[in-house]
Structures are given as structure tokens and as C-alpha cells.
Ligand binder design. Structure first.
Ligand code: NAP
Length: 477
């Protein structure tokens, strides 16, 4: 098939022809979009070596210069916002309105990184607090860790890359980035921006290819000091098991829940919950998957929820009216249909949706699903939400915590005592009171417990994971 676009590997500041290419297709239309390099072992090695050679230059670069480069990327991205959004919409089938939101957030993420590059502090230490520590001056400095291996998922191909590349450059590290195979174009577009912004050769290298091949080589290479991974729990756990002494940040999946107490304004909560459940077809790590509603308002909540869900438009991601488009792969369409079948067979009710339209699954509302069903206990990563009845907030907390995941959870309540108790008792990385778990802005600490991962992102927090603390002591005796 003839395609217009062909991208090359980005290694050592130049576009490098690859030995092998493959066709990238649209998840929505199945049409060819571009030819993408499949990096060989030798080409991956070239990328790692380039990052290794550039590390001293990056470590020596003054903070204001690193900040200037990131600020330039902010400006360039602002100028090319619409082009960036169309790239995301095409390669990920993300509805164009959501893709524009992602680009806006990416601009802020790089802006936060530019600002944070100037605020890397150590501290002075009172060594004389310990006997024998007198007459010494001690302070800490924070040094770049070296080369960062960054591995990213398909669902936020621009902003989640920014959450790794932004802090890595802000801290004076170098990067080898491996984006998801379905969404490499956003990353290659980013390379254009950093190139134009004057990033030194070798500071950012982008290679595409099989997740396992590239991943294993990055994780296994002694020159790479840290791996920052966002993706599925099974791949993340595999990386952790192979990483040895490397620092590893894992931002993994979830089956996020919200609890709706009696007495809350139902329409307001429903409108947020519909957004949380179906934005980008539910393919968001903090997508709302489980809703626990107090029995006193359950029927009314469900009616209102279905009414709002019916209004969603399913279609072409480039159509301005589209709310829900194709899932990322046909395999995911079949997987989710199988999970829905299991739910029905086990007594759950599919109150709305449950069917496909092309490569899209219609927004689907499941009632009374038992907690052991896959639509409840696994990460669905699709436009499927489960709504169950609870008799008390204690029961709701037990249900939310009855999960192998723990990324974020939401609680709608008018009762401050209930809110404080739930905030205390929910075993997750973040609790949102009177909001859905799907809320995120890009400077807040973000990450999970249990199989949702280890470490935190949100520029300042990601930077800590990319810095080494060094202690200096002057003996004045
Ligand atoms: P994925 O299948 O785990 O892929 C993520 C990345 O890992 C891709 O670049 C993939 O490459 C690569 N990969 C695959 N196998 C690998 C291996 N053996 N070693 C190293 N890397 C490997 O995840 P996805 O389907 O793209 O993304 C969805 C998942 O990401 C969901 O679970 C979601 O919850 C999670 N997520 C978490 C967060 C968060 O911040 N917590 C944010 C967004 C998404 P290929 O594409 O080439 O296979």
C-alpha cells in the first residue's frame, strides 16, 4: 500500500534510516497511515551508545539552558497544536476534541518541566547533631542519574511521553525512548520539536520496534541507569523482575472506582461519571470502571446515567461531534465482548450498549456485576462501566479496596466525616472527594499502590526519581 508518510529512527540528533520498516494502520479505518522503523539490535545499541556519549554534556548543561530548551518546545508545540492533535487522533483513534485536550496538557507538562529545571535543590545538614559530627559542614546536591530508558503506552502518546522526556531533560539526563508500536508518530513529531529547540545530539533518541525486543535490550543494558515505564501491569512486573539494581518507576493499570453516597446532587455526579467512564473509549489508566451507589438513590442514578450515555456519539475520531471511537485493536474488541458475555452468563445485566459498531464498542453500562467477574476485577480498558448497589459507605470502601489495583478513587458525599474517613481508608495513590478518579493535572503526584505500580510522576516527583543524592562533607578540624 502506498502511504504518504515514512518516519526514520531518531538517533544521535539525526534521522537514521532503519534496516526494516512496517506499515502502521489506523485503528478506526484499518487504512495505512505511515511506514515505521522496526529497530534491530544494532540500531538499539546505537541509540544507547549515543545517549551514553551525550550524558556528560547534558549533565554539565546549566539549568537555565535546559529550561530554555524546554521552553522552546512549549512555544513550538503551541504553534503546531492542531497538527499535533491530528497525529494523535489518527494513530490512536482518539476523538479529535480529546486529542486537542491532550496537546494542551502536553504544553503544560513541558512548561512545568521548564520551570522545575531551575528548582533542583539540595540541603545543608547539621552534622553536629551526632557526637563526632562537630566542625563539619555538610550539604547535599542532586545529580542526574545518567541514561533514562523510557517506555510508553498508546493511550496518551504525547502527554505521557512528556511526563518522561520533560523531567529527564529538566534534570540533565539523556533518554532512549521507546513509544508504543501503535502510536509512534507523536514521539517522532516530538523529536522534530526538540531538534528545532536545539537539544544536543544524543540527549534524546527515539526507537520503535517490538516491545519485548527493545524493552529487554534497554532493561538489560548496564549503561542505562533508570527505567521509567508506563503501561500494563504484566509488562511492568516483567521489567521489575529483570531490572536488577536499576531504578524503576512503574505507572501501571487500574480498575478505578467511585462511590456515590446518598444525598449528593445526582445530575452533577452523573455528568462527571459518564465522562470518566467513556472518555477516549475508557482507554485511560484512571478510567472510571466501577461505580458503587447508595441503595437509596441507586435506581435514579442508573436512569440518569443511561440517559446521559445515550447521548454519546460513536464514530470517526476526526469528526468534531465524536465522543467514542474505535478501540485500539480488534483483539481488544473481541476481548471485551468475551468479558461482557461472561458477565451476562454470571447474572449481570447489560443495561446499555454491549454491541459493536465497526471497530468501536458502544458505551456499555453493566448492572449488578459480581466482584470476581473480569469486567469488575480486571482492567477493562474499554467503554464499559459497572454500576452496583451498596448499603453503607463501609461496604463501599471494602468493595473499592477489594482489588489488586490502587491508582485513584473518587467519593461523592455531602458528609465531611464520611469524606475524611473514606480518604483515610481507601488504599489507593490518590483520593478525589466529590470528583471522579479520572481527574488529573500534570503537576500533581500521580501513581499507584499494589499492581498499579511504584513511584510517582507529576513533573517534580518524576524528577526526584531521575536524580541521585550526593553528600559532600567539609572537615574543618
Ligand atoms: P503495554 O502493552 O504494556 O505497552 C506499553 C509499552 O511497553 C509499549 O511501548 C510496549 O511496546 C512496551 N512493551 C511491550 N512488551 C514489553 C516488554 N516485554 N518489555 C518492555 N516493554 C514492553 O500497554 P498499552 O496497552 O500500550 O497501554 C495500556 C496500559 O497502560 C494499561 O494497563 C493502562 O492502565 C496503562 N497506563 C498506565 C498509566 C499510569 O500512569 N498509571 C497511564 C497510561 C496507561 P509495544 O507497543 O511495541 O508492544
Amino acid at each position: 500500500m502506498q502511504t504518504k508518510l515514512k518516519r526514520d529512527l531518531y538517533i544521535n540528533g539525526v534521522w537514521q534510516k532503519a534496516e526494516k520498516y512496517r506499515l502502521l494502520t489506523s485503528p478506526y479505518s484499518d487504512e495505512g497511515i505511515a511506514e515505521i522503523p522496526v529497530a534491530s539490535e544494532k540500531e538499539i545499541e546505537m541509540a544507547i551508545e549515543a545517549a551514553y556519549r551525550a550524558r556528560e554534556k547534558m549533565a554539565a548543561m546549566p539549568a537555565y539552558e535546559r529550561a530554555d530548551i524546554l521552553e522552546k518546545v512549549v512555544q513550538l508545540l503551541k504553534e503546531r497544536q492542531e497538527e499535533a492533535a491530528r497525529i494523535i487522533a489518527n494513530e490512536a483513534a482518539k476523538p479529535i476534541t480529546a486529542a486537542r485536550e491532550e496537546v494542551k496538557r502536553t504544553i503544560h507538562t513541558y512548561k512545568f518541566a521548564a520551570e522545575a529545571a531551575k528548582r533542583i535543590y539540595g540541603e545543608t545538614l547539621p552534622l553536629d547533631a551526632a557526637p563526632g559530627g562537630q566542625n563539619r559542614t555538610a550539604y547535599t546536591v542532586k545529580k542526574p542519574i545518567g541514561i533514562i530508558g523510557a517506555i510508553t503506552p498508546f493511550n496518551f502518546p504525547m502527554n505521557l511521553v512528556a511526563h518522561k522526556v520533560g523531567p529527564a531533560i529538566a534534570t540533565g539526563n539523556t533518554v532512549v525512548l521507546k513509544p508504543a508500536s501503535q502510536t509512534p508518530l507523536s514521539s517522532y513529531f516530538l523529536a522534530d520539536l526538540f531538534h528545532e529547540a536545539g537539544l544536543p545530539a544524543g540527549a534524546l533518541n527515539i526507537i520503535t520496534g517490538s516491545g519485548k525486543t527493545v524493552g529487554d535490550q534497554l532493561v538489560g543494558d548496564q549503561r542505562i541507569a533508570a527505567i521509567t515505564f508506563t503501561g500494563s501491569p504484566s509488562v511492568g512486573i516483567g521489567i521489575r523482575n529483570k531490572a536488577g539494581l536499576k531504578r524503576v518507576t512503574l505507572e501501571l493499570g487500574s480498575n478505578s472506582a467511585v462511590v456515590i453516597d446518598q444525598g449528593v446532587p445526582i445530575k452533577k455526579a452523573v455528568s462527571r461519571c459518564v465522562k470518566g467512564a467513556f472518555s477516549f473509549q475508557g482507554q485511560v489508566c484512571i478510567s472510571l470502571q466501577r461505580i458503587y451507589v447508595h441503595e437509596k438513590i441507586y435506581e435514579e442514578f442508573v436512569e440518569e446515567f443511561v440517559k446521559e450515555t445515550e447521548k454519546l456519539k460513536v464514530g470517526n475520531p476526526l469528526d468534531e461531534e465524536t465522543d467514542v471511537s474505535a478501540l485500539i485493536s480488534k483483539r481488544d474488541v473481541n476481548r471485551t465482548l468475551g468479558w461482557l458475555k461472561e458477565a451476562e452468563e454470571q447474572g449481570a445485566e447489560i443495561r446499555f450498549g454491549g454491541k459493536t459498531k465497526g471497530n468501536a464498542l458502544l458505551p456499555t453500562v453493566v448492572l449488578n456485576a459480581k466482584s470476581f467477574l473480569k469486567v469488575s476485577c480486571e482492567e477493562v480498558f474499554a467503554p464499559i462501566v459497572v454500576i452496583n448497589k451498596i448499603a453503607s459507605m463501609e461496604e463501599a470502601a471494602r468493595e473499592v479496596n477489594h482489588s489488586k489495583y490502587g491508582l485513584q478513587a473518587g467519593v461523592y458525599t455531602e458528609n465531611i466525616h464520611t469524606a475524611l474517613k473514606m480518604a483515610d481508608n481507601l488504599h489507593v495513590g490518590g483520593v478525589l472527594i466529590n470528583d471522579i478518579p479520572t481527574f488529573r493535572v500534570d503537576h500533581m503526584p500521580y501513581g499507584g499502590v499494589k499492581e498499579s505500580g511504584t513511584g510517582r510522576e507529576g513533573i517534580k516527583y518524576a524528577m526526584e526519581e531521575m536524580l541521585e543524592l550526593k553528600l559532600v562533607i567539609f572537615n574543618q578540624d
